[in-house]
Design a protein around this ligand. Structure first.
Ligand code: NAI
Length: 331
């Protein structure tokens, strides 16, 4: 099938070309986002493929339907950027790539924790300057600490296993409880209890109407002084303005972000020659206890391989049967 692949970077093309040998789809790569103006690039392609920062809302879906597009293949597990209900109503099948590598994201969250609580970025910068002073670099042991996990699905469960290995106590919040997490000794509690009792909180839930700004002023007020907060889920699960207030007051002692609510115009681009126009993001960068990565938690060889293989297989299944195992239906 002819597939128009948007927001493509060289590494996407490398892996899609490699795995397409077994599928034989006709692949057309575009480095631009999919939007009303760039839609025309996909003329003649029944399938369009996008990544996490291509918002696909109802007006765009209508134009896609009018252009003859019947499938939207997501190269991601998360699908908060797509109006699934509108796509279902318009007869455009949307498929995602669930669980392509929960290890990639969980391990990145752990890397952020270790980097923050042992102040590795500051330490590395000092050593390069010939400054071997340890003042301000004191960390804390993970062993015996309480880790709160919001969202104990595929990624949250892998994260729970790793943190258990460090000797941490586990608390969780999730409307759907995981047997594997319970078996690790994780206790399900309310968000308020999790905030009150955790030394570290890591977010692994999807972005939805219920989770948008779940971490706001009120939730932060419940947290322990000097909390370590990690967000590798989606930016808008956290109210960034509230988090900045809490960094200024010292309530948040360590912040690790792989996602940011306004990341769409920033992440995945080289903007090093431009002036940063986002003042909120610029403020985040001023804190030495904040570590930010540009939505790279998923970015491992294994994950990219699985994303390419599953996306191409999703399109092949749709081409053959008109259905797809990974198709998304609005609830
Ligand atoms: P999953 O669907 O296996 O797990 C999500 C869990 O969150 C489920 O158990 C669900 O019941 C729970 N949940 C839903 N609403 C909740 C709420 N209100 N409070 C607490 N828990 C709630 O998904 P998976 O694969 O573990 O991914 C989780 C999220 O991680 C994705 O939705 C995506 O936003 C993010 N992600 C980030 C990546 C990155 O590179 N930074 C890469 C892949 C995913």
């Amino acid at each position: 099938m002819k597939i128009a692949i948007y927001s493509t970077r060289p590494y996407d093309q490398l892996y899609f070309d490699r795995y397409n040998r077994q599928f034989g789809h006709e692949l057309h790569y575009f480095d631009t986002h999919l939007d009303a103006e760039t839609l025309v690039l996909s003329k003649g392609a029944p399938a369009v493929c996008v990544f996490v920062n291509d918002p696909v809302h109802e007006p765009l879906l209508k134009s896609m339907r009018d252009q003859g597009i019947t499938m939207l293949a997501l190269r991601s597990a998360g699908f908060n950027h797509v109006d699934i209900r509108a796509a279902n109503d318009l007869g455009i099948l949307v498929a995602n790539v669930p669980g392509y590598s929960p290890y990639a994201v969980a391990e990145h969250a752990v890397a952020m924790i270790l980097c923050l609580i042992r102040r590795l970025v500051r330490a590395h910068a000092r050593v390069r300057e010939g400054n071997f002073s340890l003042n301000g670099l004191m960390g804390f042991d993970l062993h015996g600490k309480t880790v709160g996990i919001v969202g104990t699905g595929k990624i949250g469960t892998v994260f729970a296993h790793i943190m258990r290995g460090f000797g941490c106590q586990l608390l969780g919040v999730d409307p759907v409880e995981s047997r594997a997490c319970r078996d690790l000794g994780l206790q399900y509690v309310s968000l308020q209890t999790l905030c009150r009792q955790s030394d570290i909180i890591s977010l692994h839930c999807p972005l939805s109407a219920e989770t948008r700004y779940m971490i706001d002023d009120a939730a932060i007020a419940d947290m322990r002084e000097g909390i370590c907060l990690i967000n590798t889920s989606r930016g808008a699960v956290v109210d960034t303005a509230a988090v900045i207030r809490a960094l200024k007051s010292g309530k948040i002692g360590y912040l690790g972000l792989d996602v940011y609510e306004e990341e769409e115009d920033l992440f995945f681009e080289d903007l090093s020659d431009t002036v940063l126009g986002d003042d909120v993001f610029a403020r985040l960068l001023t804190f030495n206890n904040v570590l930010i990565t540009g939505h790279q938690a998923y970015f491992t060889r294994e994950a990219i391989s699985n994303i390419a293989k599953t996306t191409l297989a999703n399109v092949a299944e749709f081409e053959q049967s008109g259905q797809c195992t990974n198709q998304l239906i609005a609830t």
